[in-house]
Design a protein around this ligand. Structure first.
Ligand SMILES: Nc1nc2c(c(=O)[nH]1)N[C@H]1C(S)=C(S)[C@@H](COP(=O)(O)O)O[C@H]1N2
Ligand SMILES: [Mo]
Length: 388
């Protein structure tokens, strides 16, 4: 249950908070910070679908945008709420058996290190989860995202490899455990502590960025200000926001986010589950879900396909449920392949389907393998539209 929206728990938490308020009437209930919701930025309903503490991007809001998703349209996945942190007092603490001793880094220290800018996609492992239910009739736990829990941005920061080496990284290190400064995650009455998930040192040294800018601006609060990780091609939980601590260890590390969540569980998996790492391959149309298009208005369908397996090789589109046409690339400028196909439909109801084949030759399947928490739905999505 990554994207956990356990309404029972939140109601319980709320009631507890309400009881406290009545008893002690703390002043903080009237501060500005307490007045903001779990997400700070505006969430206009034509751009986002809100799911509890999370907000997914409506795909029609990406029509006409380039490869990079503007911050005001980028999805937000919060386990609790966006904390309002100060760059002046922020420190990154590094410690553990994989280092000669503990060290810390200020925002200024970080900004003084050699920087790199990358274009990278962040996607929630639960993206597409609702289709396990709507297309496959299966019950899964977690936020019922359609396909909008994904975005591409330009990230600027310092390679994690540079930060770890500056801290004296030992050859014995096997795992790092980055940890967020957002409130502890409490679910089912259990406090699981700060959001954190181990990352193997191999990936940590490969292409992970300790990022402080998104699309040329300081990171917005909802996306990790002042500093977050960006872990290309891996499931979104790896890209820890509001980064505060990194344990570097010579022995393997664990957290609920790699033992309880973000694992495959179910009849097809061993009792202890199977670990998730990389993202899979998906495709989406830049169209409203179940929307109506004016006949004659559209001469083409636009969409995007992306893959955590190394890239997209080709995309095919079906508008009749029978035949597939090759989509025409509009740009493969980082993060995802944008494409189009000509389409001049007669009025009526249609099911649009797009399927990508990745660079390994694997095509999106008709059915996604079931797992109880509904991760990595990679099957072809049936997108309903009406042409009126
Ligand atoms: N500290 C912290 N980091 C976090 C999370 C969180 O709740 N707290 N959510 C994770 C998940 S599940 C995802 S999918 C991405 C989402 O990044 P975004 O909100 O910038 O789109 O952040 C990850 N990093
Ligand atoms: Mo996620």
């Amino acid at each position: 249950m990554d994207d956990l929206t356990d309404t029972r728990t939140s109601r319980r938490t709320f009631l507890r908070a309400a009881a406290l308020t009545t008893a002690a009437a703390p002043l903080w209930t009237s501060t500005a910070a307490a007045d903001t919701g779990p997400i700070v930025k505006p969430l206009p309903t034509d751009t986002f679908i809100v799911h509890g503490t999370n907000a997914e991007t409506r795909w029609e809001a990406l029509a006409g945008t380039g490869s990079v998703v503007p911050v005001d349209r980028f999805f937000v996945r919060n386990h609790t709420r966006t904390p309002l942190l100060s760059a002046d007092t922020w420190r990154l603490h590094l410690f553990g058996t994989g280092l000669p001793g503990p060290t810390e880094l200020s925002y200024e220290d970080l900004r003084a290190l050699p920087a790199r800018t990358i274009t990278a996609r962040i996607e929630c492992a639960g993206n597409g989860r609702s289709f396990f239910t709507s297309q496959q009739g299966q019950t899964v736990a977690g936020t019922p995202w359609r396909l909008g829990a994904v975005g591409v941005a330009r990230w600027r920061g310092v390679p994690l490899a540079t930060v770890l080496r500056r801290a004296g990284l030992r050859a014995s290190a096997v795992d790092v455990l980055p940890e967020g400064l957002d409130p502890d995650y409490v679910t089912g009455g259990v406090n699981l502590g700060p959001v954190r998930r181990p990352l193997p040192i191999r990936k940590a040294l490969k292409d992970v960025l300790v990022a402080y800018e998104m699309n040329g601006e300081p990171l917005p609060p909802d996306h990790g200000f002042p500093v977050r990780l960006v872990v290309p091609d891996w499931i979104g939980i790896a890209s820890i926001k509001w980064l505060g601590r990194i344990e570097v260890s010579s022995t393997p590390l664990a957290s609920p986010w790699n033992t309880q969540f973000y694992r495959y569980f179910g009849p097809d998996y061993p009792a202890e589950g199977a670990l998730l790492g990389r993202q899979n391959t998906k495709s989406a149309f830049e169209l409203p879900w179940n929307g109506t298009l004016a006949a004659g208005q559209t001469g083409a369908l636009h969409g995007r396909s992306w893959s955590g397996t190394g890239g997209v090789h080709k995309v095919e589109v079906s508008t009749d449920g029978l035949t597939w046409r090759r989509a025409i690339p509009r740009g493969h400028d980082g993060g995802w392949l944008r494409w189009s196909v000509p389409w001049r439909p007669a009025p009526g109801s249609y099911t649009l389907r797009a399927r990508a084949t990745d660079v390994t030759g694997t095509t999106q399947p008709e059915v996604a393998p079931f797992n109880t928490q509904g991760y990595l739905f990679g099957a072809v999505v049936n997108h309903p539209v009406t042409v009126g």
